[in-house]
Design a protein around this ligand. Structure first.
Ligand code: NAP
Ligand code: GDD
Length: 334
């Protein structure tokens, strides 16, 4: 039985990856911040279905001793380093803590692995945000980075640290360069979930408008459940390498709104209001990835398209807010 450690196991990707590895027969361990153990209902919610099958270690990316301690107690075959301050807008508000967590945290994990278990295979959660002001379209592994946010800069540093540990110490270290991926488990502040949750609340009469920023920004959006399989495949290869993971399709925030509102029988133009305060000081306007290498080497491909993703998210939020057609019917019949 293989043993894997996931940092960021409480997040969107961590929870899906955890389920995937358990399905594959792995023993799964995860690090969580201690505060999560004090509020399991709220902070371990995404792991609800599998919590009794996972071994949890309290640790914080901001503390090298806490990371070192985890690796000194357990031996792992694979380490998926997903924990990060992952919200780009927040990185403009507080670039210092984003840098500290994302850069030092990655360095701590790599340094502890090198010291205690250099044979453990390592995955770093790189991002299309590293391409920023894109130098070519579509973006592939060889496209130069031009980050546009403290978050993007921190991910470039994590990427280079990962390459450096691979080259300097011969460790099996891989970078995934993942384009945006979403799901009903997406955090509420990210635009897809903000929109699908907003639609559900409007439909339920709990809100009358949705305030958004740049509707013309374009992203290559896939489903998180598809993307976490690529992370696992990277660590099963004979040699470590870096891979772009993307759908190869791009859509605007406006298209996202059209689709999500119409899924609930609404017209987004009646509800979406532009809020200048949500605009970012520097924007990434167009992301579209070329995942040809992941397709040919890993045999990876996405299964859920943009329309399918947004439909799933809208219906999950309608259900959660209690305004789904089924819930409405049940209410009407009572
Ligand atoms: P997420 O839902 O925001 O999850 C982030 C995770 O990091 C959470 O488990 C969080 O724990 C943990 N974390 C944050 N700061 C920490 C700290 N100081 N110590 C320990 N844990 C900490 O993010 P995601 O969408 O799953 O993304 C996973 C990774 O992929 C991130 O590194 C993100 O930057 C990267 N990425 C994501 C995408 C995407 O579209 N989703 C694309 C490219 C790259 P708490 O629960 O305690 O907050
Ligand atoms: N969050 C948010 N809220 N974004 C908005 C809004 C709004 O009200 N209105 C427009 N947008 C635009 C943002 O300006 C951005 O161009 C786009 O929607 C997507 O924003 P997010 O969903 O916040 O995601 P992101 O692309 O900045 O970052 C996500 O993807 C990266 C991969 O490219 C995060 O998951 C990062 O962690 C990840 O690395």
């Amino acid at each position: 039985m293989k043993k894997a450690l996931i940092t960021g196991i409480t997040g969107q990707d961590g929870s899906y990856l955890c389920e995937h590895l358990l399905d594959l027969g792995y023993e799964v361990h995860g690090i969580v911040r201690r505060v999560a153990l004090e509020q399991p209902e709220q902070r371990l919610g995404r792991l609800k279905a599998v919590l009794d099958k996972v071994q949890i270690h309290p640790a914080n990316l901001d503390s090298y001793p806490s990371i070192f301690h985890v690796f000194s107690r357990e031996h792992f075959d694979e380490c998926y380093h997903l924990a990060a301050q992952s919200f780009v807008a927040e990185s403009f508000a507080d670039g210092f803590s984003t840098m500290a967590t994302n850069i030092n945290g990655t360095h701590y994990v790599l340094a502890a692995l090198r010291e205690l278990q250099p044979q453990c295979r390592f995955y770093f959660a790189g991002s299309s945000e590293m391409f920023g002001k894109v130098r070519e379209t579509p973006q592939r592994e060889s496209t130069p980075f031009y980050p546009r946010s403290p978050y993007g800069i921190s991910k470039c540093a994590g990427f280079q640290l990962t390459v450096n540990y691979r080259e300097a110490y011969g460790m099996f270290c891989c970078n995934g360069i993942l384009f945006n991926h979403e799901s009903p488990r997406r955090g509420l502040e990210f635009v897809t979930r903000k929109v699908t949750r907003g639609v559900a609340r409007i439909k339920a009469g709990l809100a009358s408008e949705l305030r958004l920023g740049n509707l013309d920004a374009k992203r290559d959006w896939g489903h998180a459940r598809d993307y976490i399989t690529a992370m696992h495949l990277m660590l099963q290869q004979p040699t470590p390498d870096d891979y772009v993971v993307a759908t190869g399709e791009t859509h605007s925030v406006r298209e996202l709104c059209e689709l999500a509102f119409s899924e609930a029988g609404l017209d987004y133009r009646d509800y979406v209001k532009i809020d200048q305060s949500v605009y970012r000081p520097a924007e990434v306007d167009l992301l579209i990835g070329d995942a040809a290498k992941a397709r040919s080497v890993l045999g990876w491909r996405p299964h859920v398209d943009f329309a399918g993703l947004i439909k799933e998210m809208v219906h999950a939020d309608l259900e959660a807010v209690g305004s789904s057609p089924r819930a409405e019917l049940a209410l009407a019949g009572s």
